[in-house]
Design a protein around this ligand. Structure first.
Ligand code: PRX
Length: 663
């Protein structure tokens, strides 16, 4: 096994190595026309609001929370006992009630809540009233199968409306959902279901992806051999392929829904009641179950969505993220529905049947707000402008990005080719842990600079600091921290509070450490420089390199593995695995490389497949036995190995790795 990185190592190692090289001078001010109708319409107004919130954060958040429905008002706005925060103490509310029921009397009852397009081209629209009815029915289905407040429910589906219905039904009852991205393997399912001790799995028979049917139920079947906590499985029929149904355990969604009544009251839940667990990668092999609770998450997800996307009642809003990631939780489902938006949702791949698919949907559905990932933008650039230019994109008024740094040239393409220079681009920085957007322009207020998420939202206090917590000078690289708790902050790592403390609160005293390096320019704009720990963003998906290492060493032929990222034009980062084989076996071959790549796909999911495998006789290590990842990163990136190598145990190894490079 590779030695596990010690907590705090990441920050220490990176302390001297964050150097900022980006110099971007372009500035785009909000147009008068956009600002005229924006919720926050000048930079001065943003700064006023920001200062007000800094002066009295509890007052600010209390005013924001007052916009939503509470069964019982909170007694205290926040309580901070480092590293544990509570928000809206004593208050009771229900996120599902805020997402659906409130609209039945607000004039939005017959407004489209969801407009959905399947990959094969089928379409469905559901009004708020219809969605409410479906969610109530499914809540009754869950109740009948013994699900109630506090139970954990795992959900594993493609992007169909029923995924949103399932999560809203859980929220209605106070069951804690644990959504597992449909691209994860059955082993990943086992780990996540067991860690959460889920009582039920909701899945689909399959999903459509790039014209193929992906069988999801078979992955569930394989996983359920090792998940003793699961009592029932509910299967939504999407692709119609043959699946095995275990008598007594597995039930068809449509059979149960046919029998369900359509009245179900939303449960009044304590503001700190667990809403969901979402697993994400950290710097050790075991994924972390990020726990979010009810009141604070709801308040920030909804409020940030309204502010950042400057939402209007006639917008048609499309966030392309899969609901299996946090972006889908906060900005496909909860944020927009609480705001009464019309949400467009698409099931499939961006290039099916061709690279015009997204633009065709924007034209046909008259989408006004479009929120996607830089990795998708880079893929569209590569596919060519001809795909874009075939379509009328004039309905668009606002663009957004999330998930990774966007390089200024990709930003410029997005702004020009998609937004036709009339749509502001909101580059939104946040994390699974933050629950909602933390740093972002406000589109009617903030002058934009390509490549920066600009300034923190009101009520959010971030900074770039040295290891000792002192602020960095303008443009000096350092660590991105959040200095004060915010309502949608993760509450803990599910079942592992010690890891929560170590992971986020031990690197820099008194502050939440994000794991990102950044610099702040003289205008206070934050430029994210990427992760400084062993977490990488590959094609917008967050992966822990040590998870991939654990998967590799689980292969019978592998003795040791170290995985690092190298820059990739399309995916942002690509994974390179350095692998030493056990002695006595056959020679390393191309076939073995392929086998190892496929092995990782089976263990974690295709998103984690290393792009490159390099066999080596040994890995370069420090005298204390730590793998020298910095050296490997430099080798992987094709660069000369620079810097200090005096702690290397065996200089010869480096020479061999370099030679393999030349082969
Ligand atoms: O490194 C930052 C990067 O994505 C990480 C969080 O990943 P995840 O929890 O999967 O959430 C992604 C969607 C919210 C961050 O630590 N990241 C996210 N947004 C940006 C970003 N890097 C630069 N610019 C962004 N806008």
């Amino acid at each position: 096994m590779p030695p596990k990185p010690k907590n705090g190592d990441a920050a220490r190692n990176a302390a001297t190595s964050i150097e900022s090289v980006l110099k971007e001078k372009r500035v785009f001010k909000p147009s008068k026309a956009f600002a005229a109708t924006a919720h926050i319409s000048s930079f001065a107004a943003y700064e006023r609001l920001y200062k007000l919130a800094e002066k009295n954060p509890d007052k600010y958040w209390s005013d924001v929370a007052g916009k939503y429905h509470w069964f019982k008002k909170w007694k205290k706005v926040s309580l901070w006992k480092e590293p544990h925060a509570k928000w809206f103490l004593g208050g009771t509310t229900n996120v599902c009630y805020n997402a659906l029921d409130v609209h039945l009397t607000s004039g939005r009852k017959n407004k489209a809540a969801l407009i959905w397009e399947g990959e094969p081209g089928d379409e469905r629209t559901m009004t708020y009233s219809q969605l409410h009815r479906e969610v109530c029915k499914f809540s009754n289905v869950l109740k009948k199968r013994g699900i109630g407040k506090g139970d954990r429910v795992a959900i594993y589906m493609g992007m169909v409306p029923e995924l949103a219905i399932a999560m809203l039904a859980c929220a209605r009852l106070g069951a804690t959902h644990n959504i597992i991205f449909g691209g994860f393997s059955s082993q990943a399912l086992v780990d996540r279901i067991n860690d959460a001790k889920a009582k039920m799995v909701i899945c689909a028979d399959g999903a459509f992806r790039r014209g193929q049917k992906i069988n999801l139920k078979s992955a569930v079947d394989a996983a359920l051999k090792d998940t003793p906590s699961v009592e029932n499985v509910i299967v939504y029929q999407r692709t119609g392929e043959t699946v095995t149904m275990a008598e007594g355990r597995d039930h068809w969604w449509h059979d149960l829904m046919n029998l369900a009544g359509d009245h179900c009251d939303a449960e009044p839940l304590d503001a700190e009641h667990p809403l969901f667990i979402l697993y994400t990668s950290g710097s050790t092999g075991k994924p972390k179950g990020i726990l979010h609770t009810t009141g604070g998450y709801m308040v920030h997800a909804a409020n940030s969505h309204r502010m950042v996307f400057d939402l209007k009642d006639d917008d048609i809003y499309w966030c392309t993220a899969d609901i299996g990631w946090v972006t889908g939780h906060s900005y496909v489902v909860y944020g927009p529905l609480i705001n009464g938006a019309t949400v467009f949702m698409y099931e499939g791949a961006p290039n099916y049947p061709d690279w015009g698919r997204f633009w065709s949907m924007i034209q046909r559905h008259r989408i006004t707000i479009f929120y996607t990932a830089p990795t998708a933008i880079r893929a569209f650039i590569r596919a060519g402008d001809e795909w874009v230019n075939k379509f009328d994109l004039s309905s668009l008024r606002l663009l957004g990005t999330v998930g990774e740094p966007i390089n200024p040239e990709a930003w410029m393409w997005y702004y020009t080719a998609i937004g036709k220079k009339k749509c502001p681009v909101v580059d939104t920085w946040w994390q699974t842990e933050t629950g909602g957007i933390m740093i972002s322009p406000l589109p009617g207020a903030t002058p934009l600079k390509p490549g920066t998420a600009t300034r923190p939202l009101p009520g959010i206090s971030v900074d770039v600091v040295h290891k000792d917590g002192t602020p960095c000078k303008a443009n000096e690289g350092g660590f991105l921290v959040v200095k004060r708790p915010w309502p949608s902050m993760l509450r803990t790592i599910y079942g592992d509070d010690e890891r929560y403390k170590k992971q986020y609160w031990s690197d820099i005293a008194g502050m939440y450490f994000t794991g990102d390096g950044a610099r702040k320019d003289k205008d206070g704009y934050i430029w994210i420089m990427g992760r400084v720990d062993d977490v990488v963003n590959v094609a917008g998906h967050r992966l822990g390199t040590s998870e991939v290492e654990s998967a590799l060493v689980a292969h019978a032929r592998v003795a040791e593995a170290a995985v690092v990222a190298k820059p990739d034009e399309l995916k942002g980062s690509a994974l390179v695995a350095f692998v030493t084989l056990k002695s006595g076996g056959a020679n390393p071959t191309l076939e073995l490389k392929e086998e190892l790549r496929n092995h990782v796909a089976r263990e974690i999911g295709p998103i984690a497949k290393p792009d490159e495998i390099r066999f080596t006789e040994a890995l370069p290590k420090t005298r204390s036995g730590k793998i020298m990842r910095r050296l490997l990163r430099e080798l992987a990136g094709g660069g000369e190995v620079k810097g200090d190598v005096t702690t290397l145990e065996d200089f010869g190894i480096l020479e061999k790795l370099r030679q393999n490079d030349d082969d």
